[in-house]
Ligand binder design. Structure first.
Ligand code: OOB
Length: 503
């Protein structure tokens, strides 16, 4: 994926160490043996189970290079499954627990997956090999060929770019580097106890530095079945959790609940918040209400992750989204014609580096990359002289619903499948809690349609709940641009004006 000269440079700098995830877990098991790794499993047990599951999946016919959709809730079974696939050299394709049949079908067709690894509670229809976490097909371990460190380790769903969700190929070498870099920045060690409150398949809790970073440091992972304050606070108290990661709306929810809780949260040292814009007012409450340090994280499944540092001054932590994890992350802030802008001016963020992809799976959407290999993040940022970035907005057509990314184009496609819908336009509406929510404008074909009916239609099509528009509004026609295209800008402005008018 990277040109030879870049690969050579990243190896020489020690970023790419030539280790696969399979070998990495083997080494961690040797170093940490009977220490707890995740959810009651020791490092050695996790390693052994990954071996037995890899052998069993091999007997079912899965082999190096096969893609397997992994759709599991937070738990040790997720780690077992993923490491078993890594050992086989088969590629997990990460689904989120919220995904339903429509998303699973998309992941399958986009990846050409050969199997579906899921649990009874999340399972959606699949014509072919289904493996359920409740009945792991363990078999006696055997020697496996396994992948090379430069091979693609898994496919992650893109949340961040225009159009239908694309698949992101991450290699063993590049992903392990991002994990190590993040672990260093966050000062993780054997005494770290990490609560995985967000869905573990997401890049933030998985690798920034997340579950993998904590394992790298010999720490312990506690998997939360859900991120509610009730569940999480009980786990923090019982397990003496030192660190966790949240999206901004959850941080707000936790702060409100923490002011009233009788749970002892005093073990918490670090709260990471990322995935969407964190309001400075909410940021300011973190140290005083939770008694821990705040870290802002601005990352993307495509690669680049920015962190505020533990020793950054308070105003930097409260008002910026951090700076790149690697000294070799190249960051450009450019105008509409790709001309670099001086620090302090807002422009498009372009990036390339030792853990940022150069292309999507199957070369989808090549326009998301410049000729010299920079990824066009679609984010509008301003850079401070210190190198810290402030996210000012977005140029891509994505709705960031409190960290959950919704592609308007995808939702419009589902709405247009309804026989009564002539046209549909989905736009972000400002929301004090989620930051943004989805608002669908619909032009009915003949006769009125209700929002409830359309929302039910989307649910029945198996669309994840977070993608179902919060509001559906029927209109006679859409405003158009000079060239006759639907003007989403004008539709957004209508919503903004209404909000300001207090409607
Ligand atoms: C994380 O990854 P994705 O792939 O779900 O979404 C990436 C997009 C970014 O391009 C940006 O638009 C937005 O999410 N974003 C933020 C942000 N963090 C992500 N916008 C404003 N402030 C932030 N702190 O969301 C992700 C991946 C790894 C670590 C953290 C977040």
């Amino acid at each position: 994926m990277w040109p030879d000269e870049f690969a050579a440079r990243y190896r020489a700098a020690g970023y790419w160490t030539g280790e696969t995830f399979g070998a990495w877990l083997r080494r961690l098991a040797a170093e940490n043996g009977d220490r707890p790794a995740a959810d009651g499993l020791t490092y050695r047990e996790l390693d052994e189970r990954a071996d037995r599951l890899a052998a069993g999946l091999g007997e079912l016919g899965l082999a190096r290079g096969d893609r397997v959709v992994v759709h599991l809730p937070n738990g040790a079974a997720f780690l077992e499954a993923v490491f078993a696939l890594f050992r086989l050299g088969a590629l997990p394709v990460f689904a989120l627990p919220a995904h339903r049949s429509s998303e699973i079908a998309h992941l399958r067709s986009a990846s050409g997956a050969a199997a579906y690894l899921t649990s009874r509670a999340l399972e959606t229809p699949w014509d072919g090999l289904v493996v359920r976490a409740e009945e792991p097909p363990y078999a006696p371990p055997r020697d496996l060929d396994g992948p090379e460190p430069g091979d693609v380790a898994f496919l992650q769903l893109s949340g961040g770019s225009t159009g239908l969700p694309k698949l992101i190929p991450r290699t063993h070498d590049d992903y392990l580097y991002s994990v190590r870099a993040g672990a260093g920045i966050c000062g993780l060690g054997p005494s770290t106890v990490y609560l995985c409150a967000l869905p573990v398949a997401h890049n933030f809790p998985l690798s920034s530095p997340g579950v993998l970073g904590v394992l790298h440091a010999g720490g312990r992972v506690v998997m939360a079945p859900d991120p509610s304050p009730e569940t999480a606070f009980a786990l923090i108290e019982r397990e003496r959790v030192t660190m966790t990661a949240l999206v901004p709306p959850l941080a707000q929810l936790w702060l409100d609940a923490a002011a009233r809780t009788r749970r002892d949260l005093s073990s918490l040292r670090l709260l990471q918040v990322g995935g969407a814009r964190l309001a400075p007012d909410v940021a300011r409450r973190v140290p005083s209400v939770l008694g821990c340090r705040l870290q802002q994280v601005f990352g993307m499944a495509e690669g680049l992750v920015n962190y505020t540092r533990l020793d950054d001054p308070d105003d930097i932590v409260l008002t910026t989204q951090g700076r790149p994890a690697s000294p070799d992350d190249e960051v450009l802030v450019v105008d509409d014609d790709d001309r670099p802008l001086p620090d302090g001016e807002t422009g498009h963020l372009l990036t390339r580096g030792p853990y940022t992809i150069r292309r999507y799976h199957g070369d989808a959407d090549p326009a998301a990359f410049t000729a010299d290999g920079f990824y066009r993040t679609g984010d509008l940022v301003r850079r401070l002289p210190t190198g810290h970035l402030v996210v000012e907005g977005r140029a891509k057509d994505v709705i960031n619903r409190g960290g959950e990314k919704v592609s308007p184009e995808e939702v419009e496609g589902h709405l247009l499948a309804h026989p009564g819908v002539l046209d549909a336009a989905v736009v972000p509406a400002p929301d004090p809690y989620l930051g943004e929510r989805a608002h669908a404008f619909v032009v009915p074909r003949n006769g009125p349609l209700t929002g409830a009916e359309l929302r039910r239609f989307l649910r029945e099509r198996g669309v994840a709940a977070y993608k179902i528009p919060d509001r559906v509004e029927c209109v006679a026609a859409f405003p158009v641009t000079g060239v006759g295209k639907t003007s989403k800008r004008e539709l957004r402005a209508t919503l903004g004006a209404r909000l300001r008018g207090g409607e």
